[in-house]
Design a binder for this molecule. Sequence first.
Ligand SMILES: Cc1cc2nc3c(=O)[nH]c(=O)nc-3n(C[C@H](O)[C@H](O)[C@H](O)COP(=O)(O)OP(=O)(O)OC[C@H]3O[C@@H](n4cnc5c(N)ncnc54)[C@H](O)[C@@H]3O)c2cc1C
Length: 1458
Amino acid sequence: MASAGGTASGLHGNDGRRGAGSDDARQHVVVIGAGYAGLSAALELAQRGYNVTVFEKLAQVGGRAQVVTSPDGRFVFDAGPSWWWMPELYDAVLDRYGLVSQLAMTRLDPAYTVVLPNEATVQVPGSLPQLLDLADELDPGHTLRALFDEASIKYKAAVDEWLWKPMISWTELIDPGLAAAALTSDMLGSFESHVAAHTASPLLRMLLKWPAIFIGASPRDAPALYSLMTYAGHARGTWYPAGGLSAPARELANAATAAGVVIRTNEPVIKLSATESHISSVCTPQQCVSVDGVLAAADYHYVEQELLPQHLRRYTSRYWARRQLSPSCMLFFLGLEEALPGLGHHTFFFDTGLDEHLSQVFDFGQHAAAPTFYVTAAARTAPEGATAPPGGDALFVLVPMAYALNGTDTPALRAAVLEQVLDRMDARTPLASGASIRSVLAYNASYGTSEFELDFHALRGNAFGLANILSQSLVFKPSMTSGARNMVFAGHMTNPGPGVPPSMISGIVAAGVLDEQLSSHSHSTELVNFMLVGAKWVACGAVVLHAAVLAAVLLSTRVASYAHCISLFYRHGRTYFLASTLFDPVRFVDTAAMYALFRVADDCVDVVGASAEAKRAALGKFMAAFWAGLEAGAGEYHEHPVLPAVIETVRRRGYSANLFATFFASMSMDVETKVCETWDETWEYMRGSAAVIGDFMLPLLIPGDDEKAKRARAKALAHARDLGYGFQLTNMIRDIGEDLELGREYVPREECRAHGVTLAARAPDAPGWRGTIETVMAKAEACYASADVGIAMLPGDVRPVVALARAMYSELHPAIRSAEYNVFSGRVVVSGRRKLELAARMVPLLPLLRITLAKTYAAVLCCAVALAEPLAGVAFLAAALSESERWMLPSMVSYAGLHAVVTIPLVCGVWAVAVRRAPTRLLAAGGMWSAALALVAFVYTTPWDNYLVYRQVWGYGGAAAVVGVVGWVPVEEYAFFVLETLLVGGVWVVMASQSDDRGEQRWSGEAVTRRRRLGLGVLAGAWLAGARAASGRGTEYLGLIAVWALPVLALQWAAGAGVLLHEWRVWLPTVATSASALCVIDMWSISHGLWRIAPEASIGELAQDLPVEEALFFVVTSTMCAWGLTLAVDACRRAEARGVALTAVVLEMLMPPTNVSSETMLAAFSHGIAATVVLALWVCGAEISLESQAAALVVTTCAIGLPHGALDPLLVLSGASFTRRAGGMAASWAVYVVLMGAMYAVWEAAPVAALSLFLALSIAHFGEGDAPVGSMCDATWLIHAIEVFARGGAFLVATTTHRAQVAAVFADLVDGQELGMLMTLLSLLRWAHFVAVVGSAARHVQRLETRAAAVGLADLVMLNVLFGTTPPLVGFMVYFNGFHALRHVVRVQTQLAPAILSRSSLGACVVAAIVAGAFVAWQAGGTSLVHGVSGATRGVFVLLSVMATPHMALVACAALQS
Ligand SMILES: Cc1cc2nc3c(=O)[nH]c(=O)nc-3n(C[C@H](O)[C@H](O)[C@H](O)COP(=O)(O)OP(=O)(O)OC[C@H]3O[C@@H](n4cnc5c(N)ncnc54)[C@H](O)[C@@H]3O)c2cc1C
């Protein structure tokens, strides 16, 4: 049947008028495919003046609207579409070309017949009023009139507007009509729910929802927008064109031919040749023709993936593999000698239940055991004999099939399906005679997925194209445009979608798009192309340069420091900055560094509302760091980011320390409120704050140590100082208002009195005001005049720089005059245009260009400095993951593996940077609050995430692919909540440590209130929209995110809008960075199948493999965390500033002033983890298999536990070793290796003994090492032993509470050998341990006032609960990694020599974590960290004990020695 003879093929051969590619001045366009889309496109293109050739693979036009004729010619079938809906669209298409259809159209009434399960049959009326009458009978309470009213609005908007959009850009969605419709009607909710909301009648629901199948989606997943289909069918009628549904195609083809289009059937396109960006020729087996443009109206996937050269493809094979297709179908063409009286023109056999069928096909991708089907008997309407011999029937039977069944379409299946179809027709619509239909079956042919593939190159044998779920609608459909600049796509896979009318429209719209492409192409001159290429290269160069700068900022603290200075210079001293860009680079960065020094010092004392003590402390701290740096010859970045640059500049320029002393002395005067009574006081103040600038600038302007330079400097000095005075006086006038707020009056009161004004009156209208200001200006201008003399003395290369700065600054005077001397209502500024004018007048063109470029780049750098590191980090992560195919990563894909290799190292890395950068208090606050927020995030997200999985919105690779499942959610996902919070916390600390918000806008109370209200309004609106969206399947995820997250954001905004507005420089980059990193991880994970988002619950992808909702999720969750941290830390700061007693106590606990890693913090952290695990397991009551426990232990131990052994080399280095003899280090290492070897030998020879030894050593090591500092100071040896045993032996609790599991684990470790007495011994020890715990607890209670005792007691309780309630390996995992390893790191650090800094040890741990992770991944055979992990468990455990034995001994030695 594949090449069933067409009745119209003779019409479309080459008519010889004009061959393809004939010599024609018009541009030549080839259309591939003569389906409805190709034909309408050809007509449109011809109309637009193109020379058009259509190549069609098959023998007839019409595409899927084929005609099948039986060999004897008696039976004729419409082999594809048989429902003619939206007839006005066909008329509208013809109307475009001034044509009127000659085909007679018959409206079917009844429209169709439905065979129901309960022996009943319904004739569905052919018009809406009759249908509503039927509805009144079936369900008097229905509201279908409202449904149809709403649907009619959608239908009209679609037919008039939406269908005609190419949907190649998001901007097309910015459509007031669309927005209004989305707000006023149900567009995005589930179609099924939409229908259900209007009637309770099952029959009516069925009649209204089945049209969704026409667009290839289950009614549940299709958006309610498609109720317009129901309207189209029931209100606009079902029609039958004379000649069947291929007749209009033939009519279109005739019209096209008449318009000069050449249609070549039986000539498939087999190749597209291309240049870099254009298709140059199209080849068929018969010929190759050169083309100006191509419109592909054959199946999109085939043309793009098979014909289009790789570099011009827009989509990847993975993209296509992930598309959800409409169900396909199995067709039967049955010629009967006798008609079936029970059949209408269209008859649905829903006798086996529509919902069951839909569920099988859509949800499970299975072949329905008793499928529904429909039958078209065109003979009911067609003239007698046109489709079947008189008295007979030509039946077209369509059985929907899941597209996933592609490849299972076998003759046996077809035969079985046909048997069932015939049986059911026999039963429900029998022959009049009662005989079986088989007895009158004269012709029988079938058609299925194999033929769709063969005839149409249909993707996976689909019949109807893509499923029209929301995530594949509108702009999410495959785009009409391609990578080639002269080729577009049309047809049912593009917008607006499947069906004859939409396909026709897509052809017309695509033709318009191609026309636009070709006409702009023809107008584009070579010059434009040349400029475009040039611009591309310039842009590439700029990107590369910028990347290099970012890399330098990232890698070098020195460069980062200079970048920070430049950013301050740009942000706060724009005029000087612009002028200074004319310097050579070294002088420019030196100027920036000195400016930054003055600015930072100034800012210390310019804080509105801060007390004098606070200002003095801030300035003192900065001065101390500066002097320390000056003395050491290098500034410390972590003391202040500007210091390394400042000190380097000071050294390079050889400034005397006296200058700084003068400057700082002047700054110290600003700490107190300052009022200048006389001009002398004002000049005195300015000497240190302004004139000194002249001293600083001269060595920059006139460099050199020779006598000549010195003389020149000496001569210019007074003028340089005058320039400083001039600047300061101008400044003083402009900032009178701001200074008043800080309690400062620099315009002397004697001057004010002389003019009869006071500054505090803030009255620019006062009679003497103008005179006062003019007097100060006159003094400033006198200074500028003197400065001009000095400027003339400067070397020619720097003269314009200073002259420009002077000109721009003094330009403030006219600006103040034109502001009527009002310096109180906002800052008076010189406009950018005026500055440019001045520059243009004073500076030649090239330097002017340089100023402009520098300004632009500084603006970029200003943002980039803050984001350099994180962005580089994200880029690195993305690059690493995209390259991961080459490594072992994908082969060991598992969620736990992702954490081990990507997420945990990422979090560690971020915190490592935070530790390096952040001052101690910020680090402490950030760390503590991140941990606290992680707990909150865990609790708040758990129920929500469980619901997501339960609703099948979010899913993972099945129970086998994860360590364990608690509730509905895998444990790795729970870990993700915590890890994400920690990641955001780390980034936040880094950002906060480098943020410099002084001089930024301060938000006044009213402005905050306004913004608070506005923000809350927006959030409330978004929440309502989210709540509504959550009820529709297509928008469920989006809605659930909004419903869950927005209340928290609203709460945070309500509580701290002011703080958040002020601190945006911290949280915004934090959110941007964290969310991007998480999106990158998400894309990778989704594309590797670690988790998935149900496509039907998502509105689509933002980028490949990244659903919009996932990106949104990461943005909102990062925002929640970043805002939470900002508010919490700010609250602490304020509480501290106010000295609130209770908060101060909490602060004391949360932010220990000296040691970040205090025991209290660690204890709280460890207890938090343990309590969470205990609680979570208790609440969920989940059973976790031993294998899953082992996997979790292995993964977490790799990341945290093993690395703590990395401190050993540091211990040995610092002298804490097995021996203190000369050459002790080598000896220590020798002992170390021997101990390892010995332990390994014991494991080989006597595993049970090795295990026993290991347990004994562990009790001692844990007990000794983890006890709180100070808890054993005054202990006798017996008490000491009891304490050690009570604490270190906590794991013994599990030998009674989980005896069987412990025995199983031990049996595994000793490789199946007999455990002998070991278990009995452990039970006995357990009871001894109980006694020790009671004794130890009593001792702690006695001394509870000490922190050590409190921590010790809390530890005892928590550890016993932990081991008593959780499965043994889970308990051990939490203890070993959450308690021991962390505390151990802290403890060992206190034993290290001071030279060995905590940073080195932390660095060692991070490196060890990565190495350990890689090792275990390798151990696991490159398959998975989780799958088949049991084999690795023993290996890891033995390795652990072999490494741990010398480690334990070493630590014990270190403890003894210290
Ligand atoms: C069984 C069935 C029933 C349907 N029922 C209805 C219905 O009742 N009502 C309705 O409105 N819609 C219905 N449809 C959908 C409708 O038929 C299609 O959406 C529409 O016809 C698609 O038109 P098109 O031009 O995009 O693609 P097609 O009709 O598939 O045209 C593509 C053309 O490209 C040709 N081609 C492929 N490869 C090449 C090549 N390499 N070189 C040259 N030519 C090539 C093909 O031979 C084909 O002729 C039905 C579809 C099917 C399959």
